[in-house]
Design a protein around this ligand. Structure first.
Ligand code: 6GU
Length: 284
């Protein structure tokens, strides 16, 4: 169905066991790289690359230009696994497919999930190219019943009614803030609320105004389903949004949200974001 995690425990297990048999690496951290931010995986040492199409039961990437591979390796001395290419709901994947890798990571022994994304800035104090630590989220599709945990609850992953008031690990947020100060990039770093919409349309002006009224600082089309499934199975979560453009809030503006601007900003700032994640890894 469109929104259920309809896989059996054994299916996730089969994928995880296959991966455990095909690499000797045992990462404790998984990183899901957002659009234009997959370059992080290129910095891994002792890399082992596995294409999604070679992994049993793993969802397949269909979008040209998305790498579609898991990269195992060491970043700043820490073993990790990176998803280069994530699955988005707007591509037609069910939220069960979007979040499939998260449960596989859990079965691999991963304890911490780091998520990155490109997002539109709604907070007027945010500039294009700034980075926002996700301190909380609004799962907008959830208001209409679209939740990745809808359907049968697999108790081996987690409880029926998981708490979400501590979704984003506050200790890691503090560490990231400290590192940003050390690296001299705290002037472009904020904390805020991320809201996901289904996409693929960018928001109307009325929708942006509504989101701003609701206390949203950045808006995007990803991340929250993976975070919900990660928290359900007990992973610690840390998230970063790169503000790639400012959401349009004014009818007299001739700005238009577009994907080229998103990609241009990720090219400009990917290294700063990658450096932050890399330094953080050494400390978690
Ligand atoms: Cl303005 N909106 C959404 N939904 N996603 C985005 C974005 C805006 N900018 C980057 N990703």
């Amino acid at each position: 169905s469109a929104d259920e995690c309809s896989y059996t425990f054994e299916e996730y297990k089969e994928t995880a066991d296959w991966l455990l048999a095909h690499t000797t690496q045992r990462p404790k951290v998984a990183i899901i790289c957002g659009s234009g931010l997959g370059g992080l995986a290129d910095f891994l040492e002792n890399k082992m690359v596995i294409h999604y199409e070679d992994i049993p039961r793993f969802p397949q990437s269909t979008v040209p230009g998305h790498a579609g591979q898991l990269v195992f390796g060491e970043l700043n001395g820490k073993q990790c696994v990176c998803m280069q290419g994530r699955f988005h709901f707007y591509e037609g994947y069910s939220s069960g497919k979007v979040t499939y890798p998260v449960r596989v990571f859990h079965l691999l022994g991963v304890e911490t999930l780091i998520v990155t994304n490109a997002a539109g800035g709604l907070n007027p104090s945010f500039n294009v190219g700034d980075i926002m630590i996700i301190k909380d989220h609004i799962n907008m599709p959830g208001f209409a019943g679209q939740n990745p945990l809808r359907g049968h609850n697999e108790e081996r992953f987690g409880v029926r009614f998981p708490c979400m008031s501590d979704a984003y690990d506050r200790q890691i947020v503090r560490l990231a803030q400290e590192i940003a100060e050390e690296q001299g990039c705290s002037n472009i770093l904020h904390q805020g609320v991320y809201c996901n919409l289904g996409g693929p349309c960018f928001e109307t002006i009325a929708e942006c105004r509504m989101l701003q009224t609701l206390g949203v600082d950045a808006v995007g089309m990803s991340t929250v389903p993976e975070v919900i499934v990660a928290r359900h199975c007990g992973l610690r979560v840390f998230g970063l949004s790169l503000i790639t453009n400012k959401a349009v809030l004014d009818y007299s503006s001739d700005q238009r949200a577009n994907h080229d601007e998103v990609l241009e900003t990720t090219r400009m700032r990917a290294l700063v974001l990658q450096k932050l994640v890399s330094s953080l890894l050494a400390k978690i």
